[in-house]
Design a protein around this ligand. Structure first.
Ligand code: NIG
Ligand code: FE
Length: 412
């Protein structure tokens, strides 16, 4: 089955040859072709060019994209989209004056979500989660990393990871699974953190590896959650099972978690709302992608990750949603890109690079996703008629996506 898209006003993120990520100054450039066509064969991008070179090309199906932009789908490299219920009461509590930390300290927060998830059947958890997955696909997400971390018992963590595995199987988008057993301390281990880290290392990790349920391992490295020492133990244990790490770090405090993650060749370090010069220095020349989550900053009213500073230091930057019930109950990558422009002063080119090719890198899939490159998966957004690509982040909150193509097929 072949599909030809013609009269594309502008085709974005055309990379030939492919790149795996873009850094610093390179992020200012978004390569495009105006008045373009694009040819898809089955699930793969096989050709593109300007309309003058389109003559004689035929396909089973033709889509006219006059006045519209075509671009790669968003690669959302950090989500917790599998969860049970919601936490809208904590949202109201925060409006009434409690802080995110106050809520966690009185037994709310992540442990609250864990309790709900433990009491939800695997089938019900799957149903709740796929409603969210369907909605983010319609919003242009074509690749999704999903974390566990709302189970906090071996059984419940495995339940979450099995749900993620089922999503991987049932949905055409690319999904990567991350084991985040070290997300919070369960109540039963309140006085015995080492005991919980031992449980993660000696029981959870081996079982998860045996069923091949995870691609990556994550730790919430933060004051009041998991220390540098805990984080290092878990990263090292993960390596025994060939799990590269992706680390939640520097959300509220900067205390060396980035240098530690870089030392262990983490694929990404995520959050970074609190970032100092040592952290920037540690990231230079590393394989580790810094990931900003601006809709989390928006929702919690905490500082935005200094994305401008990161890019100006010559580093790469990825953008992701952090979709979760506590700090970011939204997986709308269009909002993420707008917010990065508005609040972090990224240019539209930088923000689109950060949410496509660099997002793909942060989930280890930029060889096949994140740009318009011959041989890559045909995962594409077709916008409504828009004046230019700048209009996408400018017109925040408006849904400008007309169609989404995943693996060469239009999503209905
Ligand atoms: O990435 N920071 C840690 N974990 C999630 C939020 C968890 C929650 O509040 O449920 C995050 O923001
Ligand atoms: Fe997160």
């Amino acid at each position: 089955m072949s599909t030809l898209i013609i009269n594309i006003k502008e085709l974005l993120q055309v990379r030939e040859p492919n790149v795996l990520k873009v850094s610093g100054e390179e992020m200012k450039t978004l390569p495009t072709i105006q008045n373009a066509y694009l040819l898809i064969e089955d699930d793969t991008i096989v050709d593109y060019g300007t309309m003058d070179n389109c003559e004689g090309i035929t396909a089973d199906k033709t889509i006219d994209a006059s006045g519209k932009i075509v671009m790669p789908t968003w690669c959302d490299s950090h989500t917790h989209i599998v969860y049970a219920g919601n936490r809208e009461q904590e949202f109201v509590d925060r409006i009434n004056g409690l802080s995110y930390a106050d809520i966690a300290n009185r037994g709310g927060g992540i442990v609250n979500s864990a309790e709900k998830l433990q009491n939800t059947s695997e089938e019900e958890l799957y149903q709740q989660s796929i409603a969210r997955v369907k909605s983010v696909i319609k919003l242009g997400t074509g690749a999704l990393e999903i974390k566990s971390g709302y189970g906090l018992t071996t059984e419940a963590e495995m339940k979450m990871l099995r749900v993620i595995k089922r999503i991987k199987k049932e949905f055409p988008i690319k999904v990567k699974a991350t084991f985040l057993g070290a997300h919070a301390l369960p109540k039963e281990y309140k006085e015995n953190k080492d005991g919980y880290v031992d449980l993660i290392i000696n029981e959870m990790l081996p079982k998860i590896a045996e069923e091949n349920l995870a691609d990556y391992v994550d730790v919430f490295c933060e004051k009041g959650y998991f220390s540098l020492e805990d984080t290092e133990r878990i990263m090292e244990a993960g390596k025994q099972y060939h799990l590269t790490s992706k680390i939640h770090v520097n959300q509220f405090n900067a205390f060396g978690g980035i240098a530690l993650s870089v030392k262990h060749n983490a694929l990404s370090v995520d959050h970074l709302e609190e970032l100092n010069d040592d952290d920037i220095a540690a990231l230079k020349g590393s394989v580790t992608m810094p990931v900003a989550l601006p809709s989390c900053s928006y929702f919690l009213s905490i500082p935005y990750t200094p994305g401008r500073k990161i890019i100006d230091a010559g580093l790469p930057l990825a953008l992701a949603s952090d979709y979760n019930p506590g700090s970011t109950p939204s997986g709308n990558m269009n909002f993420v890109v707008s917010t990065a422009c508005i609040k972090m002063r990224l240019t539209p080119e930088e923000a689109i690079n950060a949410a496509t090719i660099n997002g793909a890198y942060a989930m280890g899939i930029s060889n096949a996703y994140g740009s318009v490159t011959k041989g890559k998966k045909a995962n594409l957004i077709i916008t409504k008629q828009v004046p230019s690509y700048n209009y996408l982040p400018y017109s925040f909150g408006e849904n400008l996506i007309e169609n989404v193509i995943i693996n060469g097929k239009l999503i209905e």
